[in-house]
Design a protein around this ligand. Structure first.
Ligand SMILES: [Zn+2]
Length: 160
């Protein structure tokens, strides 16, 4: 029986619909190159609290029922731009280093994957995590908040 794995892909941006369609088409081809078979792709979206900035990630059907922030009870929630992608594959057993390299190649957040690689090299067993909740965001430095370039970039990214 073929070995099964789940790749954890972290996207911090919202993809245009046609980019997402192209991504879904190219993933099985990349996996085939590494002698793996694509089985299924599951997507978790996120909802962010406009008042405390914390977020929750889950299947969209569950997020539709998430009407109140569990941290501050605010009802001012909005969908976040990022999402998590769970890609089920079958074939051979993957080493931890192969997993983080594949996730990087499948466009997962490069910081997450480099951190994963460093954890593997240090012998840390939990090298591959996606978090369902963001409970703390480091606030930007005050000099950055007033920066016009940052404000314009954030507007373009839909963060304001
Ligand atoms: Zn909140």
């Amino acid at each position: 029986m073929p070995y099964k794995s789940v790749l954890l892909i972290d996207f911090d941006i919202k993809l245009p619909r046609d980019w997402m369609k192209a991504y879904k088409e190219i993933v099985p081809i990349i996996l085939k190159h590494f002698k793996l078979e694509f089985k299924e792709m599951l997507i978790h979206k996120s909802k962010i609290c406009r008042d405390c900035g914390r977020s929750r990630t889950d299947f969209d059907k569950n997020l539709k029922n998430y009407k109140k922030c569990i941290f501050c009870n605010s009802k001012r929630l909005k969908y976040g731009r990022g999402f998590h992608c769970f890609i089920k594959v079958s074939g051979r057993k993957l080493t931890p280093k192969e997993i983080v390299r594949l996730q990087f190649l499948l466009l997962s957040d490069c910081h997450k994957e480099i951190l994963g690689l460093k954890k593997i090299e240090k012998g840390f067993p939990y090298f591959n995590k996606l978090f369902s909740f963001v409970i703390f965001r480091k606030p930007p430095k005050s000099k950055c908040i007033d920066c016009k370039i940052r404000q314009n970039v954030m507007k373009m990214m839909g963060k304001f």
